[in-house]
Ligand binder design. Sequence first.
Ligand SMILES: Nc1ncnc2c1ncn2[C@@H]1O[C@H](COP(=O)(O)OP(=O)(O)OP(=O)(O)O)[C@@H](O)[C@H]1O
Ligand SMILES: [Mg+2]
Length: 448
Amino acid sequence: MSGGAEQADILSVLAVVKERWKVVKKIGGGGFGEIYEALDQLTRASVALKVESAQQPKQVLKMEVAVLKKLQGKDHVCRFVGCGRNDRFNYVVMELQGRNLADLRRSMTRGTFSISTTLRLGRQILEAIESIHSVGFLHRDIKPSNFAMGRFPSTCRTCYMLDFGLARQFTNSCQEVRPPRPVAGFRGTVRYASVNAHKNKEMGRHDDLWSLFYMLVEFLVGQLPWRKIKDKEHVGKLKETYDHRLMLKHLPAEFSVFLDHISSLDYFTKPDYQLLMSVFDNSMKTYNVVENDPYDWERTGTDGTLTINASATTPQHHTRLTPAHMAMANASLIPGDLLRENTDEVLQDEQLSDGENNPVPDRLPGSPVLPLRHQEADVWEELDRNRNRIRTAVWKYHFIHGAPRCWLTWQSLYHITRPRSKSEPTPLLHVIPTLPLPFLSLSIITID
Ligand SMILES: Nc1ncnc2c1ncn2[C@@H]1O[C@H](COP(=O)(O)OP(=O)(O)OP(=O)(O)O)[C@@H](O)[C@H]1O
Ligand SMILES: [Mg+2]
């Protein structure tokens, strides 16, 4: 868990759950749970074990299990292995995947993905979103760390959707869209939340798509305009007044269709997933992207070997509103029992009890565990360190030349700083996007 005071892990290495899953190491700790890599002693497979303290006020694992089970057999979904609970914790065991997309992006030299990688990831994420909507659920926390690439040669080019803890059923038992509540508590992660979500409106299918749009911009640019702002209300106001068409400068021209479509949707309207998919397909044609291109993290290194990273190694960036984040972000309190509020019909039968929930898998994963990569540097931390150096130069200029001559907007600065090709050296410009807004105008003058 993140955000609060340092807490002891629920499980330690070598602990065995249900006499079957032996903990190998912790691989993630999110807003609501802890994720471990474990060895299934029955099948010898490596699995992911997600646990949630039984004492935790917001119990979300039941929802995770319900949605995971509903989605079994669909592309972009981890295989469900088992679930259960004891007096200390609830747990779910699922197929283990490789590194999440937040980690992967941050491990790129510029902190960005190429157009080719972005378009192919975007298409997979859209398919995943359509899948969850097709079973009557919204994800409500679409963000890069909730998607991971597979870890075996047969799955490492497939992107998997994770973390259904904040999912909500938007249809009733007749498959009709449920009436929206007049006010709903904020759910999700501030950076990727839609304007709608910021306004505490009932979230719909379009809100998941807005988060995908923000993800795509971040993949290509390396950040979003509100990256440095912590306050939820402040970010909401910025998004509300922000002219989103400015973001299209950084995306293939076809994305104006994407933006127009999601802007036209409301809670009740079913998105035209095919239209959105055609945006990816057409952009891929324009940019000569083919499915078999290597993903950015697969590109050959200097020794000619293909790099496939198997495991998350960089620190997690949890922006979901944990209790501590909520205080910081001045978010609305989550009223009542989150689980009950989100589940209604679906979860009434859902059991986390041990026993029948741990089926023996019908197949064993066939591939060996891939080697771990060394600790990746967080490019943003590195850039933040550089910021102080730039600041000094900026202030020197300021004192010599007086007040700034012009104010540059985030987007115009971005137009300048966006890497156009891998070979283009832009070391100083590369540092600028981390400067707080007041410094942006000054820093561009310094460079001029
Ligand atoms: N099946 C899995 N295979 C591999 N890694 C996983 C798996 N599930 C989760 N992870 C890793 O653990 C991280 C956190 O998982 P998850 O998002 O499910 O937890 P969370 O507590 O809901 O996190 P957050 O609140 O930050 O979204 C993921 O970003 C991913 O790196
Ligand atoms: Mg998550």
